[in-house]
Design a protein around this ligand. Structure first.
Ligand SMILES: Nc1ncnc2c1ncn2[C@@H]1O[C@H](COP(=O)(O)OP(=O)(O)OP(=O)(O)O)[C@@H](O)[C@H]1O
Ligand SMILES: [Mg+2]
Length: 315
């Protein structure tokens, strides 16, 4: 029987009777990256703490590689690597000593610790700072040490809470490239309030707001739900026949025409398909129009998220 690397079912967390997270469910396989997206206070950290065993859900169940986090805690926890929002590193420790400690805490056998620490240092390109004291390192390096500590136990599931906060854009890109390398060996959950950051990385996305799951699914399926893209063409010699042909196509949802004072015409199409752009150009050419400008705009998943947030807020 196969089971997902991570299975979270009906997670709920109540503090003093108030549910700060409710009805969060998702599953994730090895090799997949899941983006947990939500605004400040949405319940991302609370959800992440529940799936990494840092706090007990008030209701619901978490299974790690088939091991129930509540009833089979030791086996489940061994398979989780967790990088908290504010990674509590020991500032006075040397990098390699800290990783050794974390490996032992994850139950790595004494004889294997050395090799595991070396492996993590190499993976995160930290060999050059292995003897350095953690407190002296830059933010980017500290974050890599935190990630090394999270992977040193070779977890099945790697859980990262807003790992790129406080990194500069170059460090952020480096960090995402690293995650992309790590996906081969782990199922990875990353929380963020900015989906744009994760859009290319995530195979699955869970949107939460006010502790509730608005939508969850594969990035591809969510993209397919996206309302529409736009194609805007400015051209000379646009005839009514051309406009009618464009407007009649099944992929075109709406068509707005604006005649400019300079004799050019602007045609803005709302389309259901990305690939309409070259077809529009070809039809214009066939109708004898001269294309001045032809651009396609595609809304990102962030647009879908905001749309969901608005409809959620209106309820
Ligand atoms: N220990 C706690 N006791 C009471 N309420 C809590 C506790 N921890 C979190 N909360 C509340 O739960 C809600 C969700 O918080 P959480 O930290 O999970 O959000 P988040 O999505 O991680 O936000 P951020 O983007 O700011 O990190 C907040 O309203 C917070 O005040
Ligand atoms: Mg948080």
């Amino acid at each position: 029987m196969t089971h997902p690397a991570l299975d979270a079912v009906g997670l709920e967390k109540r503090y003093r009777g108030r549910a700060v997270v409710a009805g969060v469910s998702f599953a994730l396989g090895r090799g997949e990256v899941l983006g947990l997206i939500g605004p400040n206070g949405a319940g991302k950290t609370t959800t992440i703490r529940m799936i990494s065993g840092a706090t007990r859900p008030s209701a619901g169940r978490v299974t790690i590689d088939g091991h129930d986090l509540a009833t089979d805690a030791i086996e489940a926890r061994r398979r989780i690597g967790y990088l908290p929002e504010h990674a509590p590193l020991y500032d006075e420790m040397r990098v390699s000593d800290y990783l050794r400690l974390r490996a032992r805490l994850k139950g790595v056998a004494r004889a294997d610790v050395h090799a595991r620490v070396d492996g993590a240092l190499e993976r995160l390109d930290l060999g050059g700072v292995r003897r350095r004291v953690i407190g002296e390192l830059s933010k980017g390096f500290r974050q890599r040490v935190g990630l090394a500590a999270a992977i040193v136990g070779r977890p099945v599931v790697l859980v990262l809470d807003e790992p790129t906060v406080g990194l500069d854009p170059a460090q952020g890109r480096q960090f995402r490239a690293l995650i992309d390398e790590l996906r081969a060996d782990h199922a990875i959950v990353i929380s963020s309030h900015a989906l744009v950051e994760l859009e290319r990385l995530a195979d699955r996305v869970v949107f939460i707001a006010n502790g509730r799951q608005l939508v969850a699914g594969t990035t591809a399926a969510l993209r397919a739900r996206l309302p529409v893209g736009r194609v805007v063409m400015r051209a000379l010699g646009v005839t009514d026949a051309l406009v009618a042909e464009l407007d009649d196509d099944a992929r075109v949802v709406a068509c707005a025409v604006e005649r400019g004072a300079d004799g050019s015409t602007s045609v803005a199409l709302s389309v259901r398909d990305d690939d309409v752009q070259s077809w529009v150009g070809a039809r214009a050419f066939a109708h004898g129009a001269t294309v001045v400008e032809l651009v396609a705009e595609r809304p990102g998943l962030e647009a879908l998220f905001h749309e969901l947030l608005e409809t959620d807020g209106a309820r």
